[in-house]
Ligand binder design. Structure first.
Ligand SMILES: Nc1nc2c(ncn2[C@@H]2O[C@H](COP(=O)(O)OP(=O)(O)OP(=O)(O)O)[C@@H](O)[C@H]2O)c(=O)[nH]1
Ligand SMILES: [Mg+2]
Length: 426
């Protein structure tokens, strides 16, 4: 028996579209509470399918990391593309050549070195061409498009607003932007312990424009991106660590969170979620008004009997003590709501929230998950909450993924202040 996270609604069926397909009307996006109504699975209960476009150095590496994080028993990606003006950075990704494109004039083959004005000119000139390549190469329909970019540079920051605007014109599929925020050490010499620290030789080239570029790009994305999922490098790099040294770890952390949210509900090789979170639920929570979104995550390794029970041998499912299952869920939900987020913010400022609890089916305790949803509901200021579960037959951990949408963050204000200071100093 399956409950849909948004069963209480007279909702439109999940719409799947792909770039180039005819426009379809957007469903009503009023957020709703999850209901406990049970309903048998229907054709609509499919795993969400996400198309990922990485743009610029960070965007392409993050797209790579998301591909690597796709659970083997739970595919959720259609096509993953990498676009960069920098050919050598592009060839550092493992995205297949058919999905990798260098673009822009030949004289900028090494990237744009943070010159955002030039990046915007190149981006505007190339957006339609990139879109054309996506349309031509895309193999399968997607429920949402995720455009990954590092705010602070010129290639990604210059291209993504134009590319997202072009995508929004072409399709009714929501276009989410996944954006990293720059770390202070990139643009603030006083904060640049990375260069005086023990790994001085591996320090990055400074990006004096990073804060100003990030703020300018965020402003251009406002009203264009369906939602902006944020990841703050400042919080995730270790003290004294150069971006180059820490970026792969950061990208793995980010990709784990993206996979936990977007590979969420649906069935996993035969195991069906009790409450499915699908593409339209995510859409209801993050909205279509460029809300700033922060992701929370918690996990805990649990005992499994080591064998998969997808062979029809359901009796091989290990016995899990109810109190152990409840306690694992409580722990991961607490970490997901109150632990370190992709962007530091007060959950109280969130307008809407989503909780997905996943793991080996024997560890998913329905009552504890419902309790987790109530905990999230009381933690956020707004009132739109959805929740669901995500069985993972191959998994050895219980996890909670938390989406906080419409948050306010002091970090974005701090970047704005740094950008203003840099402008005054010029
Ligand atoms: N999390 C993460 N952030 C990164 C990574 N690489 C770069 N960044 C961040 O992204 C910002 C932009 O860097 P890039 O993506 O390299 O810039 P670009 O879009 O290629 O633009 P140009 O090189 O200036 O043409 C930087 O200021 C960093 O804050 C990465 O691999 N992971
Ligand atoms: Mg670059």
């Amino acid at each position: 028996m399956v409950a849909r996270a948004a069963d209480a609604l007279n909702r439109s069926p999940t719409t799947r579209s792909t770039i180039g397909r005819p426009r379809i009307s957007r469903p009503n996006r009023t957020p709703v509470r999850a209901s406990g109504i049970l309903k048998p699975p229907t054709d609509e209960d499919h795993t969400m399918q996400l198309e990922v476009l990485g743009v610029g150095g960070a965007g392409c590496r993050i797209a790579d990391a998301i591909r690597a994080a796709e659970p083997t028993d739970h595919s959720f990606l259609t096509d993953v593309f990498a676009f960069d003006t920098d050919g050598s950075s592009l060839s550092g990704t493992v995205i297949p050549e058919s999905h990798r494109f260098r673009y822009g004039p030949d004289d900028i083959d090494g990237g744009l070195g943070g010159d955002l004005e030039r990046g915007r000119t190149v981006g505007r000139a190339c957006a339609d061409d990139l879109l054309e390549r996506v349309t031509r190469t895309t193999a399968a329909a997607a429920d949402a498009i995720l455009v990954a970019v590092g705010l602070g540079g010129a290639t990604g920051g210059g291209t993504v607003p134009a590319l997202v605007a072009a995508l929004q014109q072409r399709t009714d599929t929501p276009v989410y932007v996944l954006a990293t925020l720059p770390a202070d050490r990139e643009f603030d010499a006083a904060a640049d312990r990375a260069r005086s620290g023990p790994r001085g030789s591996a320090a990055d080239a400074p990006r004096p424009n990073a804060a100003a570029n990030a703020v300018a790009t965020l402003e251009r994305l406002d009203g264009v991106a369906s939602a902006i999922i944020t990841f703050d490098n400042e919080d995730w790099l270790r003290p004294g660590e150069a971006l180059r040294d820490g970026r792969d770890r950061c990208n793995r952390e980010l990709a784990t969170r993206i996979a936990a949210v977007f590979a969420g509900g649906g069935d996993s090789d035969g195991a069906v979620a009790q409450t499915v979170v699908d593409a339209s639920d995510i859409r209801r929570i993050v909205g279509d008004q460029s809300a700033v979104v922060a992701l929370g995550y918690g996990d805990q390794t649990v005992e499994t009997n080591g064998s998969r029970f997808g062979l029809g041998l359901l009796s091989a499912e290990p016995d899990v003590d109810t109190s152990d299952a409840v306690s694992a869920t409580e722990t991961v939900v607490r970490k997901g709501i109150h632990g370190k987020r992709s962007l530091e913010c007060d959950p109280e400022t969130a307008e809407r929230g989503l909780l997905i609890v996943g793991g080996p089916p024997a560890w998913l305790n329905r009552r504890a998950i419902a309790e987790g949803r109530r905990t999230l509901e009381s933690a956020i200021g707004g009132s739109g909450i959805l929740g669901g579960d995500a069985p993972r037959l191959d998994g050895d951990r219980v996890f909670a993924a938390v989406v906080l949408a419409g948050v306010e963050s002091e970090r974005i204000e701090a970047l704005r202040a740094a950008a203003d200071r840099a402008e005054t100093a010029d």
